[in-house]
Design a protein around this ligand. Structure first.
Ligand code: FAD
Length: 426
């Protein structure tokens, strides 16, 4: 086993996960090099454009009992919240079958929720502390997260999701029509029932926040490199460095935190991980008049509406295609159309400047990230596959990874996130 002696850890990827790993390792006294082909949390990364929610309620996996019945609709309806592009269906089929299996019983989704809860239950507190430590406390807001429903019946129709959240210890309060309108005066009056998850938080500028995490890692000695890692170099099982498109960088540990691109890197060192991109979109509407005051998720839109420093960020959609397929910008129009129906005062949204973005959620079929050692080398560590919850789960993941990479005896048990779990189904 590796010891707690200082390492030189090279981290591939400076999205939220890689940035948090870098800061934790650098703070613990390890030499760190953080390598990314783009800017930290630049537009290429999922960490740039997500919904900004830091939500302990996100323990509910995407794959839930009964979902299989909706797959034909997802293939046929190009305007729904989840779309599978026909051309990619045959290649995606093995992933989809595992995905459906993960949600095939209540017991399975309860187990997934319990595992996600380990990364999410204190995520608002972790981000609040981190933002203070790195000097950007204003970027994390602890204002709660609101789920808006047409009526109580619509809320009760999601009873399994709320059962999982209750099981995870989530605290919430119910809002009637009056309380809902008082909190969100511009919300359409067809929403008459709300659930306020009081502990939830959000970030108003993820790119600036992650840049600040990376800057803090640098003050603890981390080196930041702009390059694409092509190959992990080893002598037998032991790592001696990486080859990038520009250079060879020596190191004795590698952390693969390359989001949706991690599959290729893991494959290159002998691990087949069923990781796919669940592509998502955002539209940021400039200006602050006419939208929500605080983050809202309207139940009929399955999207996050989040006030940010740049304007109202409307984010969501799940599109299963491939990493390289061209974006379908009409998906942002779907988000905008829904927002206009949610907030009547946003009627002119289409005329305002809109930033359109598409990004890749790094998603495993069982809804859990891959955190653990490669099967081929004690020096290669995986930290990817956080799907819909990676922004919230970044700090907890960074701490776990740093403890394990350093070989600390108090490192938490991470068997549930092991890359080896996929072998059982191979
Ligand atoms: C529309 C949308 C909404 C979302 N909403 C939320 C939300 O509200 N809350 C939440 O918690 N999560 C949310 N998520 C999920 C979250 O964004 C992701 O789980 C998280 O950002 C993943 O972070 P990461 O660091 O693993 O990957 P990324 O942020 O994608 O970073 C990976 C980095 O690796 C780099 N890289 C890849 N390959 C190489 C290589 N070979 N060499 C060098 N660098 C490389 C890339 O350039 C990239 O910068 C959302 C995602 C989407 C798409």
């Amino acid at each position: 086993m590796p010891s707690a002696a200082p390492t030189h850890s090279l981290i591939i990827g400076s999205g939220i996960v890689g940035a948090c790993c870098a800061l934790e390792l650098a703070r613990a006294g390890h030499a760190v090099t953080l390598v990314d082909s783009g800017e930290p949390a630049g537009r290429q990364s999922a960490s740039y454009g997500h919904g900004c929610w830091i939500s302990p309620a996100s323990v509910v996996p995407m794959s839930m009992p009964g979902l299989w019945k909706q797959i034909p609709g997802y293939l046929l309806n190009p305007h729904g919240p989840l779309v599978i592009r026909w051309r990619h269906f045959p290649r995606l089929l093995p992933w989809l079958l595992r995905f459906l299996r993960a949600g095939s019983s209540v017991a399975r989704v309860e187990a997934t929720a319990r595992a996600l809860d380990r990364l999410l239950h204190d995520s608002p507190e972790r981000h609040a502390v981190l933002s203070r430590e790195i000097g950007v406390p204003d970027l994390i807001r602890r204002e709660g997260l609101l789920y808006a429903y047409p009526d109580r019946r619509a809320f009760e129709a999601e009873s399994l999701s709320w059962h999982l959240r209750r099981m995870a210890g989530l605290r919430w309060c119910e809002l009637d029509a009056g309380a809902l309108a008082a909190r969100e005066p511009d919300l359409d009056r067809r929403y008459t029932f709300g659930i306020l998850a009081e502990d939830g938080a959000h970030c108003i500028d993820p790119a600036a926040y992650i840049a600040a995490i990376v800057a803090a890692a640098r003050t603890h000695g981390a080196k930041i490199a702009r390059a694409t890692v092509r190959e992990i170099l080893r002598d037998g099982p032991r790592v001696r460095g990486v080859r990038t498109d520009t250079d060879v960088i020596a190191c004795d540990r590698v952390v693969i935190a390359a989001g949706a691109w991690s599959k290729r890197l893991a494959r290159s060192v002998g691990d087949r991980i069923p990781l796919e991109s669940e592509r998502g979109y955002h539209g940021v509407v400039a200006g602050d008049a006419g939208g929500p005051r605080h983050p809202v998720m309207p139940s009929d839109g399955k999207m996050a509406n989040t006030p940010t420093a740049a304007g109202l960020r409307l984010s969501g959609q799940v599109e299963l295609a491939s990493l390289d397929a061209a974006p379908n910008w009409s998906r942002v129009d779907i988000l905008l159309a829904h927002a206009r129906g949610t907030y009547p005062a946003l009627a002119d949204a289409q005329q305002r400047p809109i930033d359109r973005w598409m990004g890749h959620r790094p998603s495993t079929p069982d809804g859990l990230p891959v955190i653990g050692r490669s099967s081929s080398s004690p020096d290669i560590f995986y930290a990817f596959g956080h799907g819909h919850v990676g922004f919230a789960a970044g700090p907890a993941t960074g701490r776990m990874v740093a403890q394990h990479v350093a070989g600390l005896s108090e490192a938490p048990d991470i068997a549930v996130f092991s890359p080896r779990r996929f072998r059982l189904l191979a």
